[in-house]
Design a protein around this ligand. Structure first.
Ligand code: DHB
Length: 390
């Protein structure tokens, strides 16, 4: 009797001890923080749709653990991103932070990822230095210098001698301006630089300066979604008939808004890592599934950043058998796969994505406007960090 009671008591104690622990171990929590209200909602929606689509296609169990996605809106405001990340770490005990629609949102959160040793997957933001802000950051989007240097090369080799750059006045815009100017002036080109505020930009006074300068090309960086407003003012001022060529990284002709821009966009040359028209079986099925999941919205480069970010989390967890923290970030280093955008890998030194950059021209295809790829620069690393390590 005595013995039986002891065994029962021991069994009950083990059960009590096991239950909360077991629950914590069975789920892997991913906190996805995105702008889902405010002026950058389109970015958040793309990333969320991409991430959810990946989970829908690959199931919600990895290495025997359930993946629990917790989606939070930061309204595109850095203080809100940071506060939300803190709550997700402390209250929800998330294993992974993900999302980050704009550079300031990623930079505000980086110290928390370092302190808590929580991997932080940057799926959208593009300033080169972001991955240096924490050893726990890994990125599946792109860097502006990575996407931009091939644009400067192309311009220099295609008879463009004088360029005005017009960029949003914050991290990625300044990165784009510097990357373009560096390569283009070295090749003998001439550059005049203009910067426009990020919030509620009015492009007209800047476009007046461009009209006065009469460059061969206007190089533009605006974040995803703002291209529509830019193009409207561009055509209102008659630039489509000015002979001034429109060039830039592909953010200005992002695939979600491109089709509504009209003929003004035709002929724009951009360099970028993703086009909805990318010709591969992986991309054809991605575009089709994304449209089905989003009432016909086309994926743009933000959507593919969310999709690939979830892939990286899933494959990393498979390698660690569901463990997070340092082991997970280490497992992600060096990983390579075939994305809808083409072949990609995570640079083990910088934790940044290595990917093809494509030169594209806006053309009408099957009645719709697309960025049609016509040249490929393979396996491009972020040039800013590559220069530091040389
Ligand atoms: C960033 C945001 C964008 O929408 C974009 O197209 C590129 C970069 C950023 O804030 O990092």
């Amino acid at each position: 009797m005595h013995r039986r009671t002891l065994i029962l008591a021991a069994g009950a104690a083990a059960l009590l001890a096991a239950v909360p622990g077991a629950q914590a171990q069975e789920a892997v929590k991913v906190g996805l923080i995105l702008p889902l209200t405010g002026p950058f909602t389109a970015i958040g929606r793309q990333v969320e749709t991409g991430a959810r689509l990946y989970m829908q296609q690959h199931g919600d169990t990895v290495a025997g653990k359930k993946i629990e996605l917790i989606v939070k809106d930061d309204g595109g405001v850095a203080d809100a991103t940071k506060r939300t990340a803190q709550e997700l770490i402390v209250n929800d005990k998330v294993d992974v932070l993900a999302g980050f629609g704009l550079t300031p949102l990623a930079l505000a959160t980086a110290p928390l990822a370092t302190q808590a040793k929580v991997p932080m997957v940057v799926m959208a933001a593009g300033t080169a230095t972001i991955t240096e802000a924490s050893p726990f950051i890994v990125r599946t989007s792109f860097t502006l210098p990575q996407a931009t240097e091939p644009m400067a090369d192309w311009a220099a080799k295609n008879g463009i001698k004088k360029v005005t750059t017009l960029v949003s006045d914050y991290g990625p815009g300044i990165d784009a301006e510097k990357a373009f100017t560096g390569v283009f002036t070295k090749a003998g080109g001439q550059v005049e630089s203009l910067r426009v505020p990020l919030a509620n930009p009015d492009f007209s006074p800047f476009l007046q300066k461009v009209a006065d300068a009469k460059p061969d090309a206007l190089f533009v960086f605006v974040p995803a979604g703002q291209g529509a407003q830019f193009m409207k003012q561009f055509v209102e001022r008659g630039f489509d008939k000015s002979g001034i060529k429109l060039i830039g990284p592909g953010d200005v002709t992002d695939d979600e808004v491109l089709n509504n821009m009209g003929d003004v966009a035709l002929g724009a040359i951009t360099t970028h890592h993703y086009s909805a028209a990318h010709d591969s079986p992986e991309n054809k099925s991605f575009v089709e599934a994304f449209k089905k999941a989003s009432n016909g919205t086309r994926p743009n480069f933000m959507g593919v950043g969310g999709y690939d970010g979830m892939h990286l989390i899933y494959e990393g967890l498979k390698k660690t058998n569901g463990q997070g923290g340092q082991a997970l970030i280490d497992a992600m280093k060096g990983m390579s796969w075939t994305s809808p955008r083409g072949p990609v890998s995570i640079d083990p030194q910088t934790r940044d994505i290595v990917q093809n950059i494509y030169v594209r021209k806006v053309e009408r295809k099957d009645g719709e406007l697309y960025n049609v790829e016509f040249a490929t620069i393979p396996n491009v690393k972020d040039p800013v960090k590559a220069a530091k390590s040389n």
